[in-house]
Design a protein around this ligand. Structure first.
Ligand code: ASP
Length: 305
């Protein structure tokens, strides 16, 4: 029996100069840490669902990534969080969008999956649900970093909305997919979205089928990139559908979703995907994608370019 855990910390026009201020090490260590946390669960025979939640919590707590602490700021200088999680065994799913003041939105999404009769809760309602479930509410200050403020100021000057990695500071949306020892798949994605987003904008990350998908019959997928394009392509589901309905291999399905569908819309991004046999693929068409791979019995691998 084999287990696999893949994580990502976002995709974008990343180049070495852009990440030199912090050093590549900082990002690679962040990915390694998430692999370790999730890997411990898989090693003990834990579920893929627990694993992806744990890995994403670790990435949300790390301020270098655009999720949880350190999320990018909206046009109004606020933090609005999107997250989703899906279990491949029964296709149960939970998600939140526009959630504020909760440190780990992925755990609220997990609670939506487990404790509510719904799939997606938004903004104030999502916060009320989180409160009712006993999640601690933190102040806005918890999320803010100086870099995010500078990033927003720059975006406001040019009136641009941008993907985290296409700005000067390189952090990113986070995600994880896993295959556990029982052969079950799961996927999770969490993000602060796009810098300078307005009007309650919601990206692909909290949308099941767009940013996140898990189905034991095909694969588990977490996406990152220009959310609007991933919504229009239903990218995460597209990978699964190409396998389940089209008989495609995981690699061909992942490549088609990024290099055909997303590219046809002139957008950039990437995804991480694993299937039930433990095949995995991490395609992207951007300058880089922060990513890590852990396979039972092998050394973990982390890459940016
Ligand atoms: N896909 C995310 C969004 O559009 C952004 C990202 O992946 O960095 O909200």
């Amino acid at each position: 029996m084999k287990y696999v855990l893949l994580v990502h910390g976002g995709a974008g026009a990343i180049n070495r100069k852009m990440i030199s201020s912090k050093g590549e090490e900082v990002y690679l260590n962040g990915l390694q840490s998430a692999l370790r946390k999730g890997g411990k669960i898989l090693e003990k025979g834990g579920s893929a669902l627990d694993t992806v939640e744990k890995a994403v919590i670790d990435l949300e707590n790390n301020p270098i990534f655009n999720a949880g602490k350190g999320s990018v700021l909206t046009h109004d200088g606020e933090v609005e969080l999107d997250a989703s999680i899906m279990n491949g065994k029964d296709r149960q799913a939970g998600a939140v969008c526009g959630l504020r003041n909760i440190t780990n939105p992925i755990s609220v999404a997990r609670c939506v999956l487990q404790e509510s009769e719904h799939v997606l809760l938004s903004a104030k309602g999502a916060l009320r649900f989180a409160n009712a479930m006993g999640f601690e509410q933190v102040t806005d200050g918890y999320f803010f970093t100086e870099e995010r403020k500078t990033q927003l100021e720059k975006a406001l000057k040019t009136d641009r909305v941008f993907l985290d990695h296409d700005s000067d500071e390189k952090y990113g949306t986070v995600g994880a997919v896993a295959l556990d020892l029982e052969g079950n798949l799961a996927a999770a994605t969490s993000t602060g979205g796009l810098t300078n987003k307005k009007w309650g904008r919601v990206g692909d990350s909290p949308l099941i089928g767009a940013g996140t998908w898990a189905d034991n019959r095909s694969c588990a997928v977490s996406c990152t990139g220009y959310g609007e394009a991933f919504i229009r392509c239903l990218s995460a589901y597209e990978v699964g559908a190409r396998i389940l309905l089209g008989g495609s291999s995981l690699e061909k399905a992942g490549d088609a979703a990024i290099h055909q569908s997303i590219e046809e819309l002139g957008a950039t991004g990437g995804l991480i995907a694993v299937d039930r046999l433990g095949n995995y693929h991490l395609p992207f068409n951007s300058g880089g994608m922060f990513r890590g791979v852990l396979v039972k019995g092998r050394e973990p691998e982390v890459h940016i370019f």
